[in-house]
Design a protein around this ligand. Sequence first.
Ligand code: NAD
Ligand code: ZN
Length: 251
Amino acid sequence: MTHLSSLIDQAATACAQAKRGVALTGAGISVESGIPPFRGKGGLWEKIDPMKYAHIDALEADPEEVWRMLFMGIGELLRHAAPNAGHTGLRRLEELGLLQTVITQNVDGLHQKAGSQDVIEFHGSHAVLRCMRCPQRYDWQAVPLTMIPPLCACGAYLRPDVIMFGEPIDVGLLQRSQMLAAQCEVMLVVGTSATVQPAAYLPVIAKRNGACIIEINPEPTELTHHISDITLLGPAGKVMDELVARVAKLR
Ligand code: NAD
Ligand code: ZN
């Protein structure tokens, strides 16, 4: 048995025993769905400067530029993306009664498309547009993008309902996520570089409260040596497929 295979066995045993499992996912889980991550090889940040376009100050200073350089490209990528085995594996763990909630930093909606029932969109959703002045929200699909930026009925600009750099996380979502992290027995950390706060702190909270931290990522991260109990080095879809198959056998 290879080293990875025996680690997957250990992870499967921990998952199968968990009554309250929680997953924290990041851009890496959607890479096999054709959506590039921000950091690392092939990442979006190799092409554009995050502070120039992904900061709230940039959006407020020049909404048209940010729409053209960032939002339109992401919208196009997400339009064609479908969930992969990483997303469907988490849905399967939920069906088996082993995973309570997916906390995702992604804005792509792929966990919901895969059928997961309880998804916390920590950084919001790119599929929803909200007004920069009034509380109105619209489906991205329902808004004709003939004019960039598109307009709300009130005449102000619309923007995707995502958290940009420099913006706070919704307090209710943050508190619920911290509570879930503190109460879970297993936390699966999938495809996140664990560098964006406060999401990156959730595995630390889980660990301090006695959870087993299982990390799935082709590369080691900030968590690997100090926080993770089991690190499964590999792409999310392939590893999750194997993990879920073994968990199902143990049930
Ligand atoms: P990140 O870009 O910082 O890190 C991505 C991680 O995924 C890296 O650790 C990388 O090694 C790993 N990875 C690459 N390929 C993988 C694979 N096949 N399987 C598993 N892991 C793989 O992403 P982050 O930690 O999520 O944080 C950055 C922010 O970027 C988030 O806040 C998120 O909102 C945003 N983002 C979202 C999407 C999306 O919605 N799909 C895409 C890009 C960025
Ligand atoms: Zn409005």
